[in-house]
Design a binder for this molecule. Structure first.
Ligand SMILES: NC(=O)c1ccc[n+]([C@@H]2O[C@H](COP(=O)([O-])OP(=O)(O)OC[C@H]3O[C@@H](n4cnc5c(N)ncnc54)[C@H](O)[C@@H]3O)[C@@H](O)[C@H]2O)c1
Length: 414
């Protein structure tokens, strides 16, 4: 049976999963696949964790013992040679994405890849092209767009409830890198991570702006900086941003700590985007505000399960109403039976997993199950965000406005 063919008569169909990179994101991908059948039974799929690929013995042990993978290997090639692996998750450090994605596409495997897709626009273009030529379904880790409140902001904009959209404001402030004694991991190396906080966090912001407005960012004028120029070199490996051991030797930070950009969207809407990884006190403060001629709405990840909205003239009660997420907002009803009960970050990844596998089952562009408006964020979306990142880097270095190439085939366009 071809990948993604449902077999309703014989019950949920096992779908073999391979996960490359068993750090923070790889583990979350694994648990998202495991939980799929409970949240999205109509997909008729029972993901089976067939193989994990990670060079670290501890991660291989964790893959088998904690996450239930049938086997764990060092080498991605060995994983892709396994006919039992139907789909692949790519959750390695950024510089390995291109090689693994191209190998997965060549092997005809749909893939779910973390952001930023490549370390730069050229690599992201290669990944997108490889998927397009192979005709495989893809998903990219733009999880914040799946928050039910963000889905509702998009619905408000699409229905014209805010009037003509005039401007958008998005910022992503975090302090995961705010200690000068934080280790100089791959994230601070341009060749292995790409453009610092621009690829790491602002790419999520570009996707949020694209997704909620349905418009591409068409030009940018930006400034960037590195505030903490040296960090200690690590002497061990860790998971995500977690603690690793460091030595006394220090090395130079090779990519951006901070970025601020003015932008114009394709239809002339104005936007501002800003991001920092060294903003002490902001743990993971990601916010989106949309302003129109009839009203405005805003969302913040620190209060992920609510949004604020103001439409029309409220008379003496003019001001924002806070709305708690509930049934009818995105996929909320899949996770909680009643309004106001919080969903988690991990649930956003569960939604992304379901969108990816919906596209795998239904072919690229996927089945609309009525609970959402489109397919999983795809490699065209990943490339669009990468083009924004690249234009920002060029603008900051040339101190001028830079055009952003528009990409065909995004999930938010048209
Ligand atoms: N979507 C999100 O919100 C989000 C959040 C965090 C990270 N990310 C992205 O996820 C990716 C991974 O980040 P992370 O925080 O999980 O990093 P991490 O350091 O926790 O994990 C990376 C893993 O890749 C493994 N690895 C290294 N070389 C490998 C190889 N050759 N083959 C297979 N595995 C290899 C490492 O051993 C490690 O387990 C990055 O692209 C990052 O930008 C996305």
């Amino acid at each position: 049976m071809a990948v993604g063919t449902k077999n309703a008569e014989n019950g949920p169909r096992p779908l073999g999963v391979g996960v490359v990179g068993l750090g923070w994101m790889g583990r979350l991908h694994a648990s998202s696949y495991r939980g799929l059948a409970a949240r999205y039974p109509e997909l008729g799929l029972a993901p089976r964790l067939v193989c994990a690929a990670d060079p670290l013995p501890d991660n291989q042990r964790a893959a088998r013992a904690q996450f239930g993978f049938e086997r764990a290997v060092d080498d991605v090639g060995e994983m892709l040679a396994d006919p039992e692996v139907d789909v692949v998750s790519i959750a390695t450090p950024n510089f390995l994405h291109r090689e693994v994605a191209r190998a997965a596409a060549r092997a005809g495997r749909p893939f779910w890849i973390e952001k930023p897709m490549g370390v730069d626009a050229a690599q992201s273009r290669e990944i997108h092209e490889a998927a397009r030529v192979a005709g495989v379904a893809t998903a990219v880790g733009f999880n914040y767009r799946h928050a039910p409140a963000v889905e509702h902001l998009r619905a408000l904009v699409a229905a014209g409830r805010l009037g003509r959209i005039t401007n958008v404001r998005c910022w992503l402030y975090a302090d995961y890198a705010s200690s000068p004694d934080g280790p100089l991991t791959w994230r601070y190396d341009r060749s292995r991570a790409g453009a610092g906080v621009i690829g790491d966090l602002l790419s999520h912001g570009a996707d949020l702006v694209h997704y909620v407005t349905g418009q591409g960012i068409a030009e940018v004028s930006a400034a960037t900086d590195v505030f903490l120029r040296e960090r200690p070199i690590p002497t061990s490996a860790g998971v995500g941003h977690g603690a690793v051991e460091v030595g006394t030797e220090r090395g130079a930070v090779g990519n951006e700590d901070w970025v601020a950009a003015l932008a114009t969207l394709a239809d002339g809407t104005r936007a501002t985007l800003e991001s920092s990884r060294v903003a002490r006190g902001h743990r993971s403060d990601y916010a989106l505000e949309v302003y129109g001629t009839e009203g405005s709405a805003r969302w913040s990840f620190t209060r992920m399960n609510e949004f604020e909205v103001m439409i029309g003239d409220g008379g003496l009660e003019h001001g924002y109403t806070t709305v708690l997420a509930g049934a009818g907002h995105g996929d909320y009803g899949r996770f909680q039976p009643g309004p106001g009960i919080p969903m988690s970050f991990d649930d956003l990844k569960a939604i992304e997993c379901a969108q990816f596998l919906t596209d795998v089952v239904g072919g690229i562009g996927g089945v609309d199950d009525g609970a959402r408006s489109g397919a999983a964020p795809n490699t065209a979306d990943g490339l669009s965000a990468a083009e924004v990142t690249e234009a920002i880097v060029r603008s900051a270095s040339s101190r001028s406005w830079v055009d952003v190439p528009q990409v065909e085939g995004t999930t938010w366009g048209a």
